[in-house]
Design a protein around this ligand. Structure first.
Ligand SMILES: NC(=O)c1ccc[n+]([C@@H]2O[C@H](COP(=O)([O-])OP(=O)(O)OC[C@H]3O[C@@H](n4cnc5c(N)ncnc54)[C@H](O)[C@@H]3O)[C@@H](O)[C@H]2O)c1
Length: 344
């Protein structure tokens, strides 16, 4: 039986909204009959109009207009995708939920647990679904690492190390490509708009570590804030995970300066270790350091999202629960808030 595509409204048409959501996911999902991008919104009228033309959707400059009206079969939006600067997530997510829409919000869901909890309460009160765009959970090397850890390939995990860097300042979208604009996205360099390496880069590796090791029992952090800067350009997060089998820990480094070589993932287990240097291969060594398995030829981590969007579309049409829930997004916010507080 043919399934009606989920009607989507996209709020925020910058790097993420325009490219990572519309171009890379919503256009293919429309072709696949999963989702239909019917409305777009950006505070910049020219951007909204150009996007509406390109994506065959109606244009808005105020998100309240996009969520107004009925969510029924008359073309109203069922799912709102929020791809706005961090400090704007809360009000738009809660407003859309209260208007009866499901919401898929970019990472980090919020920049405080209090805001994340307010969003979750609004979703429960409205009986609507709230999910978070943690699409990097599907990075090919991470999927291998996750499978190997869960299969016990190196025994109980002692330590996990993750490095992630986005070198340079955060640029706005350019013509045809993300992050190539002539302007700096100033909200990423200010504290009260949720800027800094922690909130910008941290959600992906934090989500991955929580997938690997579960709920941490302790979180702390240290940061480097360059002189004259309002926000950190490096955050190191330390997580502890209980005392079972002697306990395990994780260290996550996110930074705005590439550091080479820094393996993307390293998992040290009781009986060996697992390493992904650059994302194209995952190597398992035994406790003596001998290579026992190599998974190579992996697709380097790209922009991703197809798996998450497929899960999202299915979940809204009676399929299994969405792969990244609002509760999981809240757990990521909790870790980052605690690490950043400790690093102050
Ligand atoms: N998941 C990922 O891999 C990934 C990658 C990049 C960005 N992001 C996330 O996406 C979100 C947005 O980041 P970005 O890089 O696209 O930012 P951006 O600065 O490139 O774009 C933000 C857009 O929002 C618009 N805007 C601002 N205020 C608005 C309002 N009140 N109403 C409507 N539109 C408004 C701006 O005009 C701009 O077009 C952030 O949460 C960021 O962390 C996620």
């Amino acid at each position: 039986m043919a399934v009606t595509p989920v009607r989507v409204g996209l709020v925020g048409l910058g790097n993420s909204g325009w490219y990572y959501h519309a171009e890379q996911n919503l256009v293919p999902a429309r072709a696949a009959g999963q989702l239909d991008l019917v409305a777009v919104c950006d505070a910049d009228p020219a951007r909204a109009a150009t996007a509406a033309d390109r994506f065959g959707a109606r244009a808005h400059t105020d998100w309240r207009e996009l969520v107004a009206g009925s969510a029924g079969d008359d073309g109203g939006v069922e799912l709102v995708v929020v791809a706005l600067p961090h400090h704007l997530h809360r009000d738009v997510v809660i407003g859309a939920l209260r208007a009866g829409r499901h919401v898929h919000v970019e990472k980090p869901m919020a920049t405080s647990v209090a805001d994340a909890d307010a969003m979750l309460s609004a979703a429960r009160a409205a009986g609507r679904q709230l999910s978070v765009h943690q699409q990097r959970r599907w990075e090919p090397d991470f999927q291998q690492v996750l499978r190997l850890v869960h299969e016990g390939a190196v025994g109980p995990v002692r330590r996990v190390e993750v490095h992630r860097s986005h070198a340079g300042r955060y640029r706005t979208a350019g013509d045809g490509t993300p992050h190539t604009g002539s302007d700096i996205a100033t909200w990423t360099e200010e504290a009260d708009t949720g800027g800094g390496a922690g909130w910008l880069i941290g959600p992906h590796p934090v989500d991955q570590v929580l997938q690997l090791l579960g709920t941490p029992t302790a979180v702390t952090g240290t940061a480097h804030r360059p002189p004259g800067s309002a926000v950190e350009d490096h955050l190191r997060i330390h997580l502890a995970f209980g005392q079972r089998d002697g306990g395990s820990s994780a260290r996550i480094d996110v930074h705005r300066r590439a550091e080479h070589p820094a393996p993307r993932f390293r998992v040290v287990g009781e009986r060996g270790d697992i390493t992904s240097e650059d994302g194209t291969s995952v190597v398992v060594r035994d406790a003596d350091g001998a290579v026992v398995v190599v998974h190579d030829g992996l697709e380097p981590p790209g922009r991703l999202g197809a798996e998450l969007y497929a899960s999202l579309a299915a979940s809204l049409r009676g399929g299994p629960p969405v792969a990244v829930t609002g509760e999981q997004g809240r757990d990521v916010v909790d870790v980052l808030e605690r690490a950043l507080r400790a690093a102050r």
